[in-house]
Design a protein around this ligand. Structure first.
Ligand code: ATP
Ligand code: MG
Length: 156
């Protein structure tokens, strides 16, 4: 279905903002893309955005309040969406494994957070099914940024 990506993102952001602000955190949306219409499965794509924000909250740093940013822009006729946090960050050697099924970073008792290690494998599969791609950039103890690139919908 043709979906306005900004409407979809705003829907997810609104449900998350409450959760983040309850914990003294902030969630900023800078949705600057033009005509952000994409041809996606609405339910799955909502889950993708939800998963990224869910991780950003789950893997917060114990040292500071959560600050999240979600942005959109256009690049080479495609839509880019980034989700950026100021959380625990991920070591370079682990970064390449985070999209693998069942992979979770071992952090001892640093964060006693439960999960199956499936969220990002799901995200990657859904994005790939929509001819898009996703990559992650991270710095340990600074934060993590996920960037999705997905084709815009074009009427034929
Ligand atoms: P699930 O999503 O299935 O509940 P999960 O969150 O452990 O479990 P993924 O979402 O696939 O699984 O993430 C894999 C691992 O990557 C996580 O266990 C965590 O170690 C790391 N990770 C993911 N997102 C972030 C993030 N924003 N900041 C720091 N680490 C992250
Ligand atoms: Mg997860």
């Amino acid at each position: 279905k043709e979906i306005d990506a900004h409407e979809l993102i705003n829907g997810v952001v609104n449900t998350f903002r409450l959760k983040v602000e309850k914990n003294n955190g902030t969630l900023e949306a800078e949705l600057n893309a033009q005509d952000p219409v994409i041809f996606v499965d609405e339910m799955h794509f909502t889950n993708v955005v939800f998963n990224l924000l869910d991780n950003a909250v789950k893997y917060k740093s114990p040292d500071r309040d959560i600050a999240l940013k979600i942005r959109t822009w256009n690049e080479n006729g495609k839509l880019c969406i980034s989700v950026e946090d100021n959380g625990l960050g991920i070591k370079k050697e682990n970064l390449k494994k985070i999209f693998d099924k069942f992979y979770r970073v071992h952090t001892g008792n640093l964060h006693d957070v439960k999960g199956f290690g499936l969220g990002l494998a799901y995200v990657k599969k859904i994005i790939a099914d929509h001819k898009g791609s996703i990559r992650a950039e991270s710095e340990l103890n600074v934060g993590t940024k996920f960037i999705i690139t997905i084709p815009l919908f074009k009427e034929e």
